[in-house]
Design a binder for this molecule. Structure first.
Ligand code: LLP
Length: 459
């Protein structure tokens, strides 16, 4: 390895031929890349049989490429691991009409948390009875829309929505509802996503009796059919222990409800949060490991309380979409400073991936469309936005002769990047393409300044 500090600070690109690694290694890259990812000739990187450099040439950059087979495979793996459970894909990780189709075709349900997600799914033809609506602040319009579309389940998150929802449902068929509770379990990769702990905005605390009070207000309302309890502990959880702790608390509450109201609720929704690999050494939550641990514990706890085992619901988002996405950027500048630092600036950044800036998230990054294997040096891969914190990858090991025009690819980009993308600096959100069996098709075109201007209605 050569350190960039040993190189002259100015005069990029560096002189000298690019060094090839000998015979091209075309073995699959493995996780965190999609299973189909493998190097091709001349440093090309193929996903789903499609070269990323070719795709970037055709559709421009930044480009998000989704491997449809990876999404379907992951959806199936969760269903197979939990054949008696209902698996809802969490739309907040990433949603577009094609994604709704894939998830529907694989037999999953959908967790939505806004009228936008609900409308998109319904317009795409997603079966409404397999949709579950969440939200700590559902508007009256959202509740009305959910009722009009006949969504399968609504997760009650506050006392005020109980009479509101009951009023909407009363003259109609009853609405199946779950109650969101706080098991008092903190888990997840960052404090901002730890939603199962007491003391934050979601749901009702079990400790102290808030949840029991909410149950009492729902039970007996003619328009509402309380079918179960719901919790979501946090996101990017790689261990089963927090889920087991939640099972203990939730089953305890199910027993209390049975004792007080004479009703055994038939469903238990443990939310999402299943962790994936961002870096090769990261842990991940395997569907089979999760299923065995959770089902065993659930059966034990229910037996201890003399309860029938409720049907399990889960809501994986990241674990289905995350590993299927690859972001492709083009390098716009390479800067070497006199004090030995190096910055490689790409044509995207915190507007398409706010995760590093928000949570300090780390990513792998790899050149595309050029031979790999030559000397490398650490470089900060930064975005193009007007903030010093707009860093995609700190200290990435990249070829020393990196130059403007080169392409870089980031794996594990399918969840919470596009869905949290913004209009910052009017750069526009990237295009999204899907690959399948060696073919690529554009799903979402790039956002342009005309899109921003189209929303302006006055001056
Ligand atoms: N169910 C509920 C009620 C949720 O709030 C969430 C995620 C999920 C399911 C899906 O969780 P997943 O399986 O995807 O971890 N922006 C953050 C993640 C926020 C997650 C919010 N809720 C990030 O980029 O890490």
């Amino acid at each position: 390895m050569t350190t960039l500090s040993a190189l002259p600070p100015t005069g990029r690109p560096l002189a000298g031929p690019r060094t090839a690694a000998g015979p091209a290694d075309t073995r699959p890259l493995g996780s965190p890349w999609p299973a189909s990812a493998h190097p091709g000739p001349d440093g090309e990187l193929l996903i789903g049989g499609v070269g990323l450099a070719e795709a970037a040439e055709r559709f421009g950059t930044p480009l998000y490429v989704l491997d449809e087979a990876e999404i379907r495979h992951r959806a199936r793996a969760w269903r197979r691991a939990l054949p008696h459970a209902q698996v809802h894909y969490a739309a907040k990780a990433f949603l577009c009409s094609a994604m709704a189709d894939w998830v529907a075709e694989e037999g999953l349900g959908l967790d939505v948390c806004s009228a936008g997600e609900l409308r998109l799914a319904a317009d795409a033809g997603f079966p409404p009875d397999r949709i579950l609506l969440h939200g700590n602040a559902k508007s009256p319009e959202e509740l009305r829309l959910a009722r009009r579309l006949r969504v399968g389940r609504i997760v009650v998150d506050s006392l005020s929505e109980i009479p509101r929802l009951a009023a909407l449902a009363v003259a109609d068929t009853p609405q199946r509802v779950l109650l969101r509770v706080l098991p008092g379990v903190a888990a997840g990769h960052h404090s901002a996503v730890r939603t199962g702990a007491d003391g934050q905005k979601f749901g009702f605390r079990i400790a102290g009796g808030d949840a029991a009070e909410a149950v009492a207000r729902i039970v007996g309302r003619p328009g509402l059919d309380l079918v179960g309890l719901h919790c979501h502990l946090g996101s990017q959880i790689t261990d089963t222990a927090p889920y087991l702790a939640a099972v203990d608390r939730l089953v305890g509450l199910l027993a209390e409800i049975r004792d007080r109201h004479g009703r055994e609720l038939p469903e238990l929704d443990l939310g999402g949060g299943h962790g994936i690999r961002y870096l090769p050494g990261d842990g991940e939550l395997d569907p089979d490991r999760f299923a065995t641990a959770v089902e065993t514990r659930l059966a034990e706890r229910c037996a201890a309380h003399g309860l029938a085992v409720p049907r399990l619901l889960i809501e994986p988002g990241r674990a289905i979409a995350g590993p299927a996405g690859v972001a492709v950027y083009r390098l716009l500048s390479v800067k070497h400073t006199a004090d030995g630092r190096a910055f490689a600036a790409v044509d995207g950044g915190m507007s398409d991936n706010p995760r590093p800036a928000l949570y300090g998230s780390t990513y792998q990054i790899r050149p595309v469309g050029r031979p790999v294997g030559g000397p490398t040096a650490p470089v900060d891969v930064v975005g193009r936005h007007c903030e010093a914190g707009d860093v995609l990858v700190h200290g990435a090991e990249l070829p020393v002769d990196l130059r403007p025009g080169d392409l870089l690819a980031v794996p594990a980009a399918g969840a919470y990047q596009l869905s949290m993308a913004s209009g910052y600096n009017l750069v526009g959100r990237p295009a999204v393409a899907a690959v399948r069996d060696g073919r690529i098709r554009l799903l979402i075109r790039r956002e342009t300044v005309d899109d921003f201007r189209a929303r302006e209605v006055g001056r």
